[in-house]
Design a protein around this ligand. Structure first.
Ligand SMILES: NC(=O)c1ccc[n+]([C@@H]2O[C@H](COP(=O)([O-])OP(=O)(O)OC[C@H]3O[C@@H](n4cnc5c(N)ncnc54)[C@H](O)[C@@H]3O)[C@@H](O)[C@H]2O)c1
Ligand SMILES: CC(C)[C@H](C(=O)O)[C@@H](O)C(=O)O
Ligand SMILES: [Mg+2]
Length: 357
């Protein structure tokens, strides 16, 4: 198979971590005989600096023509004062919205080797943790009308959802839950928000087609609390855009670090954009300190979801597991008795472990 992949390294640690994921993808190509063509494109702060806009039309076009996109991260203090519509983060919304990527999968898996890096008590996570957060990605408050009054003294953002938008993400979540333990938690704020009441009603309607899936509803504040009290009660969580953003950062820390959580942003066909859930981490950018595993695991999700190469995806995940088993850790997941490595060495170790017997 020939894969046409657009790379968008972005800002901060973005280039560091994408470089390591490419190392690992190349190792997979060597072992599997597939071939890949990379096209590197600008988005985010670096695109503002080069072209004056966060998402150059050429980047969106290249992404549209490709099979899949691997993105690092965008943003940083340098661009924090630019007007809202021109911020680096707008590039992400432009890509997600422009490519129609409504379904964001964020798997929070606690590798048994990383139990010491999990901040929760041992007994709370005993038996492991494997939660799939299904986040609606092209609607809600991120994409609603917003504004600032002329005198700068008031502002608004609008959260809007249609039944159709809720239905398509709910169906995805039910399908995913059906393929796992059959438990689905829908998270909303139906005690306050009209959009959440529509969300809940629509999810309930969808549920009738999935009698084998056990559906429960939680308010988002309770869900945030339950995630640290008893995270093992969750299997698949489905929620709207902003709640999913916040809950996935929280879930990531239970797995040891935000540097461990990959994501896939999907639509109905096989195209996808893959990125770690964390940001550009300006505090550690360019210092060889970033954990590249979330990006490497995002590349594994790309092999699985876009290219349907399950075996190759598992090769990458097994390689990560083996490197952790051997005690190698970046600073964010380090614990006593382990060996500390930098971004580059972690990438090299995983690439070397790919396809090892
Ligand atoms: N998808 C994206 O591109 C994305 C996501 C979130 C934030 N951002 C942007 O990134 C910038 C920084 O945001 P922030 O500080 O709130 O969040 P962040 O995720 O960049 O960093 C939060 C903390 O986690 C650490 N961290 C993040 N990724 C890490 C990794 N791979 N290895 C080790 N440590 C890691 C950072 O050092 C920092 O201490 C902002 O401009 C924000 O808008 C972009
Ligand atoms: C940078 C921002 C737009 C983005 C989001 O909120 O979706 C990020 O936090 C993420 O989780 O991917
Ligand atoms: Mg986020």
């Amino acid at each position: 198979m020939k894969m046409d992949i657009v790379l968008i390294p972005g800002d901060g640690i973005g280039p560091d971590i994408v470089r390591e994921a490419v190392k690992v993808l190349d190792a997979v190509m060597d072992k599997s005989g597939h071939t890949v063509k990379y096209t590197t494109c600008l988005a985010g702060g670096c695109a503002i600096d080069e072209t004056g806009v966060p998402l150059p039309p050429s980047t969106l076009e290249a992404a549209q023509k490709s099979d899949a996109v691997l993105l690092g991260a965008v943003g940083g203090p340098k661009w924090d004062t630019v007007p809202g519509d021109m911020r680096p983060e707008k590039a992400l919304l432009g890509l997600r919205g422009g490519l129609g990527l409504f379904c964001n999968l964020r798997p929070a898996i606690l590798y048994p080797q990383l139990s010491a890096a999990c901040p929760l008590k041992e007994e709370v996570v005993a038996g492991g943790l494997d939660i799939m957060v299904v986040r609606e990605l092209t609607g809600g408050i991120y994409f609603g009308e917003r504004g600032l009054s002329a005198d700068g003294q008031s502002a608004y953002d609008t959260m809007a959802y249609s039944t159709a938008e809720v239905e398509r993400i709910a169906r995805k979540a039910f399908e995913i839950a059906r393929g796992r333990s059959g438990r689905l938690t829908s998270v909303d704020k139906a005690n306050i928000l009209e959009t959440s009441r529509l969300w809940r009603k629509t999810v309930e309607c969808c549920a009738t087609a999935y009698p084998d899936v056990q559906l429960t509803h939680l308010y988002v504040d309770n869900a945030a609390m339950q995630l640290v009290r008893a995270p093992r009660q969750f299997d698949v969580i489905v929620t709207e855009n902003m709640f999913g953003d916040i809950l996935s950062d929280e879930a990531s820390m239970i797995t040891g670090s935000i540097g461990m959580l990959p994501s896939a942003s999907l639509r109905e066909d096989s195209f996808g954009m893959y990125e770690p859930i964390h940001g550009s981490a300006p505090d550690i950018a360019g210092k060889d300190l970033a954990n590249p595993l979330a990006t490497i695991l995002s590349a594994a999700m790309m092999l699985r979801h876009t290219f349907k190469l399950e075996e190759e995806a598992k090769m990458v995940e097994t390689a990560v597991s083996r490197v952790l088993e051997a005690g190698w850790r970046t600073g964010d997941i380090f614990s006593e008795g382990c060996s500390k490595v930098g971004t580059r060495q972690m990438g090299t170790l995983v690439a070397e472990a790919v396809g090892q017997e």
